[in-house]
Design a protein around this ligand. Sequence first.
Ligand code: BTN
Length: 258
Amino acid sequence: MWQEIKKRGRLGKRQVILLDETDSTNSYAANLGRQGVENGTVVMAESQKNGRGRLGRQWHSPSGQGLYFSMVWHSKLAPENLAKTTITAGLALCRAIEKLTTLSPQIKWPNDLLSNNKKIGGILTENCGRHKNHYLLIIGIGLNVNTEKDEFPTDLRKTASSLYLSSGQKYDRAKILGTILHELDKQLMTLEQGEFSKILADWRKRDATLDKTTTWLTPNGKVITGNSLGVDNQGLLHIREDGGNIHEVLSGDLSLEF
Ligand code: BTN
């Protein structure tokens, strides 16, 4: 399948651009999106020099071991729905992994994919504004597939993992990519049909924070610790402090006690 992508630049009907190396597939896909590339186009790289994560973090992208890709999505939904889109992509990612492996991944709101309490993947959804008759969204996914422990920088080794490290098996990256894209199409269609509640019900079964002591580092640098009440119908997380105060988490960083 990898060869097919390389040779034809397509996976089924979808345009897939496979690069040896780029700064960030999200940036590359955003440029293509602005130039009017077809909906659903995927940009994938064997490695990234400047893979980007949430909150200005870097996404470590060692060559040939993981999947680093971004999909151009012509969304009918207004940009306020960005959080819902990230949740939708997280569900698609979990479902694809469940189909192909024995793992039961979970999501740490909003965008961290965990397996055995370690991070194996992440999602970066970006809004690139209005373009013709749609909103241009870029859904970027990084998944550590066959990554070995010593390929992670030392400071990440305790918290990062891969499908391989978590299950003891190596996987065909093209097959995983195909399954993720299939799930992504399906779930995004459900989102556009206004059925976010269905997505949420499925997502909640994979919520890594629910009912756990969760620490929230707010964008202003305040630290709030409490019990996670899970996500509301808009996809925002709620945390109840010991004193009873309930906080609606819009952004910032979460950590969990395992
Ligand atoms: C996160 O964990 O904060 C999100 C990580 C998202 C990484 C992916 S890799 C492919 C795509 N290109 C990027 O620059 N980032 C996303």
